[in-house]
Structure formats: structure tokens, C-alpha cells
Design a protein. Structure first.
Length: 335
């Protein structure tokens, strides 16, 4: 089975709503083969980077889309077009910008107009009619010129965010949009090799399932005091479908299944001290049902989506990103 590539990055510490860098290390020795081993989203995260100057082939996995599948640029346009505009960003290429009249000046992904629900993991339940696309697919990045922009992606997640936990004295939980490691040029995914900053939102752990979580988010000086007392939440690596260390065809198939299911996981409610009776469950939701249907080619194509295709991810020339950094924030690092 052809190698499937997924690009997932992890975020590090931040100060309240200020922006903070994340970075990752290369895992390729000088004599590494041209094609790195299959990406294991749980245990081999460093291998998902695009080698400098080298196209990376992305195959078609069983009933799954690669995040960089070119259908990300077309499958969701019918939903997004009436609510924003497509523009060319100097760093990420083709991006979608939601209409300012709809989102207002204080819009923040995974904070504004929505709430958290939980099944086996956290799911962002957006109040926007287009939310089932932009908060379950793709990534968000904050730019200086346009504010928040959405970079198309084709893999589903309940929420593409990373998480932080506070200590006992600072019983807060934080989350931030997981930044992209690719952009789009002329319909082709381009690995950026950038390490952008992202803002973390914090709220008291007991308020995670508030009907309007934005009203419980702490910001300003109060958030700045919380952030140094938090740490990244990293879930234990699960074993999916009896994965093993073997390298035969069955192992490659298992790797493809693991990659197709890989997504960021948040701290379980019990870890936050939230009683089961206070956990907001997902229930029936039309938008989420559509989002889940678009996650698999067998159900997405019945709704008019494109079939997944084998493609390449090309290295993108480094372009200085235009981040909306807070005063005094450090310059972003490059991988």
C-alpha cells in the first residue's frame, strides 16, 4: 500500500492570548533514504516533515483522505463561498477568510459562537452554518493583514486543536488551533517548514462544557498569570487495530488505518474533575453528521465529494509569515 502522509504539529507554552512558538526536530540522519518510513502519527511524529527540496509522495489509503488531498480546495467551496472569500496569502497560498460581518471583530476559532461536547473525545459544536467544515477540517492561522484565515485540509477531527493543563492551584484548561505545516500553490500542497505561533484560550476546568464557552474564557492579565502554571497535554499512544512493529503488507495496512484515525486528543473530563452528569454529550447534530459523512470517501462521494487521489507534497520556499504577534512576543522559529 502506498505511503500516506499526514501533517500534524504540536504546540508549546504560551502566555495567555499572547503567541508562543512551537518547534520540532528532524529525525533524518545524513544517510537517510530518499523516502522516509511510513508516518506513524502517534510514535514517529518527526518523520512527517517534508525533506528540504524533495517532493513527498502521498498515496491513497483505504477509505480515507490525506489531509493534503487536493479535494480540500474544492469539496467545501459550496458551503464556504457564501460566507467569506478566497484570497492568496504570501505564506499559505490559497486560504479562506470568513466574512467580517458574520464573525465580528473578536472572532477566535474554537472560542467564538460554539461550545464543547464530548463522546470519546472533544468535539467543537459551532453555531456557524459553515462551522462543520472549518472546525473539523483544515487549520486556522492568524495573520497580520487579514486576521484569522482558514487553510484547507481534508482529514476530519472533532477539533484540530492542542491542549494545556494547569496545576492543582491553577485548575484551568487551555486550547489553541493547531497550525498548518502546509499551504496551497496552484492546487498543490506545499510543505512550509514553518513553526507559527498560536494563541491559547484558558477557562476554568469546570466550565469546559458551558453553553457559550467564550463567556468563561480568561484573557488579559489574568490569563498571563495562568499560562506559566500549565503544561502541554499529551495523551498516551493508543494501540489501534492490533498495530505491531512488523513491516509486511498487513503492517502497512495497519499503519494506514492508524494514520487515518490520528487526530489531537484532549484531556478526559474525569482528569479535569468534571462529573459525568456535567459532561455535555454530542447528541443529534445535522452539521456534525455531514462533517462525518465527508470524512470517508465511501460516504463523501455520495454527497458529491471527489475521490482521494495519489499526489505529492512539494517543499515551499520559505516566506516570512505575517503573524499577528502580541507586543513583546518573540519572532517565530523555523524548523
Amino acid at each position: 500500500m502506498a505511503t500516506r502522509r499526514v501533517f500534524i504539529a504540536a504546540l508549546s507554552c504560551t502566555v495567555g492570548w499572547a503567541l508562543d512558538p512551537w518547534s520540532s526536530a528532524r529525525a533524518e540522519p545524513p544517510d537517510a533514504p530518499p523516502t522516509p518510513p511510513p508516518y506513524d502519527a502517534w510514535t514517529n511524529d518527526a518523520a512527517n516533515e517534508v525533506p528540504p527540496g524533495q517532493d513527498v509522495p502521498v498515496g491513497v489509503a483505504a477509505d480515507a483522505y490525506a489531509d493534503t488531498d487536493p479535494s480540500a480546495l474544492t469539496d467545501f467551496r459550496g458551503v464556504l463561498d457564501p460566507h467569506g472569500s478566497w484570497v492568496q496569502d504570501p505564506t499559505y497560498g490559497t486560504v479562506w477568510v470568513p466574512s467580517p460581518e458574520e464573525i465580528g471583530a473578536d472572532f477566535t476559532p474554537y472560542v467564538s459562537a460554539g461550545h464543547w461536547a464530548y463522546d470519546s473525545d472533544y468535539v467543537w459544536m459551532s453555531d456557524y452554518t459553515w462551522g462543520w467544515v472549518a472546525f473539523h477540517y483544515g487549520r486556522w492561522e492568524r495573520t497580520r493583514e487579514m486576521g484569522w484565515v482558514w487553510i484547507p485540509g481534508r482529514a476530519y477531527a472533532g477539533a484540530w486543536v492542542s491542549w494545556r493543563l494547569g496545576s492543582d492551584e491553577f485548575a484551568y484548561v487551555g486550547w489553541a488551533p493547531l497550525p498548518p505545516t502546509w499551504g496551497w500553490r496552484d492546487g498543490v500542497a506545499m510543505g512550509t517548514g514553518l513553526a507559527p505561533w498560536q494563541p491559547f484560550a484558558y477557562c476554568p476546568q469546570g466550565d469546559m462544557f458551558a453553553p457559550a464557552v467564550a463567556t468563561r474564557v480568561v484573557s488579559g492579565e489574568a490569563a498571563a498569570a495562568i499560562s506559566p502554571h500549565t503544561r502541554p497535554y499529551v495523551p498516551a499512544a493508543p494501540v489501534v487495530d492490533g498495530a505491531s512493529n512488523s513491516t509486511g503488507p498487513s503492517a502497512r495496512a495497519t499503519t494506514a488505518r492508524r494514520v487515518s484515525r490520528a487526530m489531537p486528543h484532549g484531556p478526559p473530563p474525569a482528569l479535569l474533575g468534571i462529573e459525568p452528569s456535567r459532561v455535555r454529550r454530542i447528541g443529534a447534530d445535522h452539521g456534525l453528521a455531514i462533517a462525518l459523512a465527508y470524512a470517508r470517501p465511501t460516504t463523501a462521494q455520495a454527497l458529491g465529494a471527489h475521490a482521494p487521489v495519489a499526489h505529492v507534497v512539494r517543499p515551499m520556499p520559505i516566506v516570512a509569515p505575517h503573524y499577528a504577534a502580541a507586543a513583546g512576543a518573540r519572532a517565530p522559529k523555523h524548523r
